[in-house]
Design a protein around this ligand. Structure first.
Ligand code: LR7
Ligand code: MN
Length: 800
């Protein structure tokens, strides 16, 4: 023992010291090694993201324009996407290998498919699918799973999630009155003006509002939400992040602006004093996108890529198609927060917007929307909107019947304090649903979106900037296509604007090259838009109410885009498409929800209301394009229009003719089908209305008595006097015109068609035609004879 002690006192101590020191050294070394591995990993991650972006840029550059149609702006096909994707795949694979050492599957390659066909595809591909599946390590972070609501978890993690308080029905709301939320200091609840009174809606609108309060942790008694998504949504833009970004970019922007002359002094003429106003600052549009480096780049549909499912999934695709009239089965597999390509024109990123833009309430109305698309819509707003501008997201549930849209949706959304859910107790249709959303909105600007969209990077500020510049501007994003079949995000053609064709059918049409040249337009400039598509736009809230919101008499779906478009333009506003703001939308071939009444009747009734209120003398163009039957009050009750007509007067709105001349000059809108002298080929004389009777005279353009109109209601008339069969037997006489009366309708077409040049009456069952008596002393109704020159008539001018 003593020996041992002595030994340790001597050389042994040194040895022990050396031994301990080397162990400590070894530990440090290992730690350092680990840190450097992490560095390498994150560096590689960055590089990977950069590479992916480059690939996307290349894809955009490679994009080509293909021929488009009236249905939607031309979709651009990316021919070499497959190749580009393969490159992306290669990058991914490399990364995969490095990260995980092995890879069991492949990433999906893609194919852009035109989404115009309505029906579920029989088969989504002809080749054998290169089905993509990446088997991930179990420990790897999850993508936001978009599949149907999952069974409620029993794990403890769910307890982390917070839920919003549900408030009970407000009595005012139950009674169909306007919802007034408690006022905060700077939170003024909207005061709907004009005609917006939900209580006045045709059906008794009863709204249940679930109002968000400050979220609080779930009590143990509270049912856990479907899924602990909070842990998965790991990228949330914080206010501070944005403020710093705004600050930095504002500094840059200021430097840029130094060369621009500033108007710092403005003279207030009323007061006759000079007021020095500080010009508000500007900054470059924020390109905030929390999905830029997605957690799982290999996920199905990531980056907006097309997905081709394996043939074995066809049955499931077909089975679930009707749930949304798009590929629901596929949508459910795509991350709720997937990345999509930044499709803005290059210059958009450098655009300056004001630092003090107004805030917006984003309003989504939905009825029986598919879970994954609804959530992807909401996440796209949360992930790509500057939080300081996003006041709230209001989900208006238009009385959906699907279970998952009730408590499960409440629970899911509870983790996002900005998301509020308004529940309508009766199906109102999207028009009144939007008004219910607007009624509770607290933002200065209302932004309406469909519930199956994906907002692209930088989408919001360019819209708000337009409203900021002029509160009467109503900006719409470019609506891009999310394929209903493969869920790919497809670019659309530039310079497209929304128009209508008769009978008030919405469509897209490109600006003419002349117009583009004349106005020196670039692809990033706002485009004046005669009619908006309807679903996606921002509008100053007070202006929306000034315009009387929507006509609350419009039911369910359809026509409201015409109404608001005519109203905006004719009453002093402007509609614009903003190319720097882009939002993808799933175009469906069919409405996936039920209409409370017949769909066609609902839509045509809405359109008739719009025509009656806004089209003036042009409304006959609407009726004349297949809607004659709407003129007959026995067929249809379009409801009371007094309020709408009064509103138009009160707002001193301009005429429809003004709209056509100034907003949509290239519209094809002749007030009559034909006009001028009515020449009879057999007699070689012209029809004349003289002292209340019809006769024939030598044709003379200067004779007003020989001038007739052939109208859109297919009447042959002079002022309000119509040429019509006297009875079903053979006489023809003159009558005061009656719009709805079938007796006054003649079919008349020029040319070579069967019975071309004839006037065929609608009045008799047999084919009876207008005929000049051979002596020229009478006008008769006779069985049609395509050879008879006395039944052939020609007007001086034909417009349609
Ligand atoms: O009764 C209803 N209640 C609702 O809440 C019917 C519909 N909705 C919801 C629905 O869930 C959806 O979110 O309203 C939204 C629009 O309905 P969709 O998606 O069935 O309409 P759509 O995209 O087929 O049709 C377009 O025209 C409509 C006419 O009323 C609306 O204006 C839609 O908003 C509009 N959509 C767009 O403008 C997107 C681009 C389409 C184009 C071109
Ligand atoms: Mn839609």
């Amino acid at each position: 023992m003593m020996k041992l002690r002595r030994y340790l006192r001597g050389s042994g101590r040194v040895l022990a010291f050396v031994f301990i020191a080397s162990i400590i050294w070894l530990l440090f070394d290992m730690a350092a090694l680990r840190m450097s591995i992490n560095d390498v990993n994150s560096q590689m991650l960055k590089e990977r993201v950069i590479k992916e972006r480059e690939i996307f840029k290349q894809q955009s550059k490679m994009s080509q324009v293909i021929k488009g149609g009236f249905g939607h702006p031309v979709q651009r096909v990316i021919p070499s996407v497959k190749q580009a994707s393969n490159e992306a795949m290669h990058v991914h694979d490399l990364a995969e290998n490095v990260y995980r050492g092995r890879r069991k599957g492949q990433i999906i390659t893609d194919k852009r498919v035109d989404s115009k066909e309505n029906d579920p595809p029989k088969k989504l591909q002809t080749e054998k699918p290169s089905k993509v599946r990446v088997d991930l390590d179990i420990n790897e972070q999850h993508q936001l799973d978009s599949s149907k609501p999952k069974p409620k978890p029993t794990t403890k993690t769910a307890a982390k999630v917070v839920v919003a308080n549900e408030t009970k029905l407000q009595s005012s709301i139950q009674e169909g009155k306007i919802v007034e939320l408690p006022k905060k200091k700077d939170d003024v609840a909207p005061k709907p003006q004009g005609n917006l009174n939900i209580g006045q809606a045709k059906t008794t609108a009863q709204f249940k509002v679930e109002k968000e309060k400050e979220p609080h942790p779930v009590k143990t008694t509270t049912k856990p939400p479907i899924k602990d998504v909070k842990s998965q949504v790991n990228r949330t833009i914080t206010e501070t992040q944005v403020k710093t970004a705004v600050k930095d970019e504002a500094v840059k922007a200021k430097e840029l602006l130094q060369s621009v002359p500033k108007h710092q002094e403005k003279v207030d003429l009323k007061e006759n004093v000079t007021v020095v106003r500080k010009e508000p600052g500007v900054h470059k549009v924020l390109s905030l996108d929390m999905t830029q480096a997605p957690r799982n780049p290999n996920a199905v549909g990531q980056f907006g890529h097309a997905v081709i499912l394996g043939g074995e999934e066809d049955a499931e695709v077909q089975k679930r198609w009707a749930e949304g009239h798009f590929n629901v089965h596929l949508s459910d597999q795509i991350p709720l927060d997937r990345a999509i390509p930044d499709t803005r024109p290059e210059t958009c990123k450098d655009n300056l917007v004001h630092n003090d833009l107004p805030s917006t309430s984003v309003i989504f109305c939905f009825v029986d929307e598919v879970w994954s698309t609804l959530l992807r819509s909401v996440h796209s707003v949360l992930n790509r909107s500057p939080p300081h501008l996003l006041k709230e997201i209001i989900l208006v549930d238009d009385c959906s019947t699907r279970d998952y849209l009730k408590e499960q949706l409440d629970n899911y959304m509870a983790q996002f304090p900005k998301v509020k859910i308004v529940r309508l107790k009766e199906r109102q249709g999207l028009i009144r649903a939007r008004m219910a959303g607007a009624a509770v909105a607290k933002g200065e600007v209302l932004t309406f979106l469909d519930s199956h969209i994906e907002c692209n990077v930088g989408w919001l500020e360019p819209l708000l900037e337009r409203v900021y510049l002029d509160r009467k501007k109503v900006p719409c994003p470019v609506i891009e296509v999310i394929s209903d079949k493969d869920m790919s995000y497809v670019l659309v053609d530039n310079f497209q604007r929304g128009i209508f064709k008769w009978p008030l059918v919405f469509g897209w049409s490109p600006l003419s090259q002349d117009y583009i040249k004349k106005h020196n337009m670039t692809i990033a400039d706002p485009i004046r838009c005669p009619v908006m598509a309807g679903g996606l736009f921002s509008i100053d809230k007070s202006y929306f109410y000034e315009l009387g919101a929507y006509d609350p008499g419009l039911d369910v779906w359809g026509g409201e885009n015409m109404e608001i478009s005519f109203k905006i333009w004719m009453c002093g506003g402007e509609i614009e498409i903003i190319p720097c703001s882009r939002v993808g939308h799933i175009f469906r071939g069919q409405n996936p929800y039920k209409f409370p009444k017949d769909r066609q009747k609902t839509v045509e009734r809405n359109l008739a209301r719009v025509a009656e209120v806004w089209l003036d003398e042009y409304k006959d163009l609407f009726y004349g394009h297949g809607y004659h039957h709407l003129l007959d009050k026995n067929n249809i009750d379009i409801g009371d229009l007094k309020d709408q007509i009064e509103l138009r007067k009160k707002l001193k709105c301009k005429s429809f003719q003004w709209y056509l001349e100034n907003v949509y000059p290239d519209a094809d809108a002749p007030v009559v089908k034909a006009e001028g002298l009515v020449f009879n080929q057999g007699l070689r004389k012209c029809l004349t209305l003289h002292k209340g009777s019809l006769l024939f005279e030598t044709c003379d353009l200067n004779q007003q008595s020989q001038h007739f109109n052939y109208t859109w209601l297919r009447n042959l008339q002079q002022q309000n006097v119509c040429v019509a069969p006297q009875n079903k037997e053979g006489g023809v006489g003159l009558f005061l015109c009656e719009r709805a009366n079938v007796r006054f309708r003649w079919n008349h077409k020029l040319g070579n068609s069967a019975l071309g040049d004839h006037f065929i009456t609608d009045y008799t069952g047999r084919r009876m035609c207008l005929e000049a008596a051979p002596k020229g002393d009478d006008v008769l109704l006779r069985l049609c004879d395509h050879n008879s020159a006395f039944q052939k008539w020609e007007l001086t001018h034909y417009f349609a």
